[in-house]
Design a binder for this molecule. Structure first.
Ligand code: 2HG
Ligand code: ZN
Length: 463
């Protein structure tokens, strides 16, 4: 057991020491002040923190880690707390290490096409900073106003534009790390092409705060596209949507997004989130595509769709507010589902050739274990990544998680495509990664965090 009961004398000593390191007002112990840091966005994962600590800079982050390592106290790194798998909230008396005060963002290097940002800078701030200088950032997520650079690296976030620019792993050029024992690694200023030894930025990307704490990162930028066209296309079924995306990928170099959703999700977005139907027809599947270019991509998009016989109906938008209206139908799915209850969220991926099979099989697979459960499916077609949200089962009943994750594996896929393993999927990790693979990961964890203080319970079982 790593963490200390909140009232023990040693816990009080640690809190006092933390106050000396970061200042009294940045150690939150009051339950009301801790509350927002102790529950995740879904409401499914919740625990108690010894304290929430808000260091001002990388030096203070390292000092907090050194103290917790010496005291044997678990540390849960936290950014915008937009995670969906319980990886950023405490379990049992850990210190929550909030990185939100690390908000420095540097000037853009236009030759190298990069910028350096603190772990607590939000995605929205990176996007605005880049846009002001005529650049863009390759990753976009619905939670852009709260998700932070550190959290997005920790989870290797994907989002809406992976088909064009790849996930966070493709944007991270260098990192500054605070190690479990308070040590420091800095690979920020190195050239892009750096083959001198292990790529530690790649190692920590997707490590979910279990190997080190990212305090700063150097991020790749992409050219800013100034003209956009969005279409929501009604199609008979998932297979038609998947094969259309294949043809659009080949014909449209400007394609940046291809998102799939279904009528039950549209109904919820209309009911709970002020969504407006794109057209009257009810389709078996809805595909949202976005093209972005320097000149209007509308004609190219229209030409690519003109000889598609299976289209039930289509709505197209080029103006900013109409485009947002179409995007809202897809982006508001999580918010609308949350209004119905606390969902189990599974972010599986399967080979794209099995997407239609997965969509056909997931409802019956869930019904076989919890007949009354309601299943909502939506996601990122070109990545083979579907979000399965299941309403009905209690937070601790993981029978539906088991059914959905095993189905993804059976179809040649993975149990996590963008949200991570967190605490939610620890029990299934070895099913996709195998014994030797899991053992290699555990060995890396032991080497970098011998006392196991970094995010205990995430990726690996506690103890
Ligand atoms: C999305 O693509 C996010 O909207 C969230 O990854 C998915 O809430 C979810 O299950
Ligand atoms: Zn997603």
């Amino acid at each position: 057991m790593l963490s200390q009961p909140a009232e023990s004398p040693s816990a009080r000593g640690v809190i006092d020491a933390l106050r000396r390191l970061v200042g009294e007002s940045h150690v939150l112990v009051d339950p009301a002040e801790r509350a927002g840091h102790e529950i995740d966005w879904t409401g499914r994962f919740q625990g108690r923190a010894l304290a929430v600590v808000r260091p001002a800079d990388a030096g203070e982050v390292r000092a907090v880690l050194r103290l917790c390592n010496e005291a044997g106290i678990g540390v849960v790194p936290q950014g915008g707390n937009t995670g969906l798998v319980g990886g950023g909230v405490p379990r049992d008396g850990e210190v929550v290490l909030s990185l939100l005060r690390l908000r420095d963002i540097g000037p853009i290097d236009p030759v190298a096409a990069e910028v350096t940002a603190g772990a607590g800078v939000t995605l929205g701030d990176v996007q605005r900073h880049a846009a002001a200088a005529g650049w863009a950032f390759g990753v976009d997520l619905a939670s852009r106003s709260a998700a932070t650079v550190g959290g997005m690296i920790a989870t290797n976030a994907g989002g809406l534009n992976v088909l064009r620019h790849g996930p966070m792993a493709a944007q991270v050029l260098g990192v500054e790390l605070a190690l479990a024992d308070g040590g420091h690694i800095e690979r920020i200023a190195a050239p892009h092409k750096d083959t001198a030894g292990y790529d530690l930025a790649a190692l920590v990307t997707g490590s979910e705060g279990t190997l080190a704490v990212v305090t700063r990162a150097r991020l790749r930028l992409v050219p800013r596209m100034t003209a956009r066209a969005v279409a929501v296309i009604g199609l008979p079924d998932t297979a038609a949507a998947v094969s259309l995306v294949g043809r659009l990928q080949a014909r449209l170099p400007s394609l940046v997004a291809a998102e799939l959703f279904f009528e039950p999700g549209v109904e919820l977005v209309v009911r709970h989130a002020a969504g407006r139907r794109p057209f009257e027809a009810i389709a078996g599947a809805y595909l949202l595509v976005e093209c972005a270019d320097l000149a209007s991509p509308l004609d190219d998009l229209a030409a690519a769709l003109s000889d598609e016989p299976s289209i039930v109906d289509i709505a197209v938008a080029t103006g900013a507010s109409d485009r947002l209206g179409l995007w809202h139908l897809r982006e508001a799915h999580p918010e609308a589902i949350a209004r119905e209850g606390v969902p189990h969220k599974l972010d599986i991926a399967v080979p794209t050739g099995r997407l239609a099979d997965f969509v056909a099989m997931v409802g019956p697979a869930v019904a076989a274990v919890v007949p009354a459960a309601r299943v909502h499916v939506y996601g990122h077609v070109a990545d083979g990544n579907l979000h399965v949200n299941v309403l009905g089962p209690g937070p601790l009943d993981d029978a539906v998680d088991d059914a959905v994750l095993r189905l993804a594996i059976e179809l040649g896929g993975t149990i996590s495509a963008e949200h991570g393993i967190g605490v939610a999927k620890v029990a299934w990790l070895s099913l996709v990664r195998g014994a030797d693979d899991t053992a290699a990961m555990a060995a890396i964890k032991r080497a970098l965090d011998p006392r196991g203080i970094l995010n205990p319970g995430v990726l690996f079982p506690v103890g």
